[in-house]
Design a protein around this ligand. Sequence first.
Ligand code: NAI
Length: 334
Amino acid sequence: MTIRVGVIGTGSIGTDHVKRLSSQVTGSTVSALYDIDTERVCEIASSVGAVAFDGPLGVIDSPLVDAVVIATPGETHAELTLACIEAGKPVFCEKPLAPTTEECLGILEAEIASGRRLVQVGFMRRYDRAYRTMKQAIDDRSIGEVLLMHCLHRNVSSPPTYTSSMPFTDSVIHEVDTSRWLVGEELVAATVVGVRKSAYAPEHLLDPQIVLLESASGILVDVEVFVNCQYGYDVRCEVVGELGVASLDPPRSTATLMTRVAADGVPPDWKVRFGEAYLVELQDWIDGLGQNVIAGPSAWDGYCATAVSQCCVRSLESGGRETVDLIEMPAFYA
Ligand code: NAI
């Protein structure tokens, strides 16, 4: 069985997903596309033999489409995801599920009313080999009870439109999801800590920043986010347990990472670092759809991640510790 996928949004990651789904993932084909950039979408459509539609509902409602990928900017996600649920079609929505918890709750409500899981959120780190090995070490209790997590999220440079809250809503949202997933607990509070500003960050942007996240049982997760670090895309994570630690391999055994000098071994961007994870993620989604199963990150995971990232933004604004407001998990997602 071949799953015919419609993709909405053919920018950076959308185009990569089109390529993966049309030529690397087995069991899928890309049949329909839409993007507000009509020239670009027509070019991509002709390269993979898909139909370019002139609106998102054309893709979602098309009889040529069995399932939909949403890879447009976050503020469009809720409306498009709701339209997919309304059409009864499985939808893979890139992170964030939506920028506000109110919109996420609307999606949960619609999915529950539909009676079956239709939504998967693009938290691809859960499909990364190294993160999966860490999860195994936590789940089989070989490092004992988890006490602490240390995370780093660094990018070479940020786009000019990046504001001081975006490191949390765009970047740390991945650490939020991986922390919840790794330790199997909700995050309940966030405190953003000011750091000396880099001269290489734009004038308007606080960079780097540190946030301390607290889990329900008291596990503390510190995350450094530095989106103008200059030398490479560097993601690290160490989970400290009572009996040992589980960590992603650091890019080098020691020392100095600098632009053009010693940053070999550090990938230039997320496309390189998580290339395999994106592929495994989509293959898993397509394999599941073939059996009417959606087992990846759910709309509930998307809602929780947005709630925590919004809490970080509140802490940035208030300068103090803020608590996460979550509804009780509906039985549908248990
Ligand atoms: P992008 O700006 O490169 O692409 C967005 C595309 O959406 C553009 O082609 C634009 O013309 C199109 N677009 C904008 N509004 C639209 C609308 N109303 N209807 C149809 N098309 C519209 O952005 P990028 O980096 O590809 O990000 C897209 C989404 O993917 C974002 O939500 C982002 O957070 C997420 N993302 C996730 C990553 C991950 O690691 N899981 C990595 C990069 C992006």
